[in-house]
Write a protein that binds this ligand. Sequence first.
Ligand code: ZN
Length: 159
Amino acid sequence: MNLKPPSLQPSAIMQRAIALAQAGVSQSGCKAELPIAAILLNAEGEVLAQAHNGVEAAQNPLAHAEMLALAQALKTRRYLEDCTLAVTLEPCAMCMAALCHARVGKVIFGAYDPKSGGTVSGARVPQHMHFKPQILGGIEEDACRTLLQSFFQTLRNPA
Ligand SMILES: [Zn+2]
């Protein structure tokens, strides 16, 4: 029997992250901002933090969605063992290391990133870390991949 709150179902969380990524594109007005978003929930399924990638807006190469969401949540807590972070693209090595350091219990991602990912691709960071979050990849993968593909298509063919 599944007693998890419905808001904690992986596809439900990911759909919220996708909506956030889509909203970020229309709100930021910054057409070069990669549409990637992260959402962090506690054990009750309540949103502790959420963020859109902000590299261009903040002119900060470290302002990945996961880093921004973590920074928000870590203002109130030291560790996030009972929390779930969902992000539309496989976390890079930097973000994945940060998620391990913050002891996020579960990491859910959408699209795989064989080029720049560091979670199950590339550096496979969790293998080298003391705390290893539970990893769930490929959730709502098509929607997450389409989001990024249409972004790059618009970049190449501006209206
Ligand atoms: Zn990252």
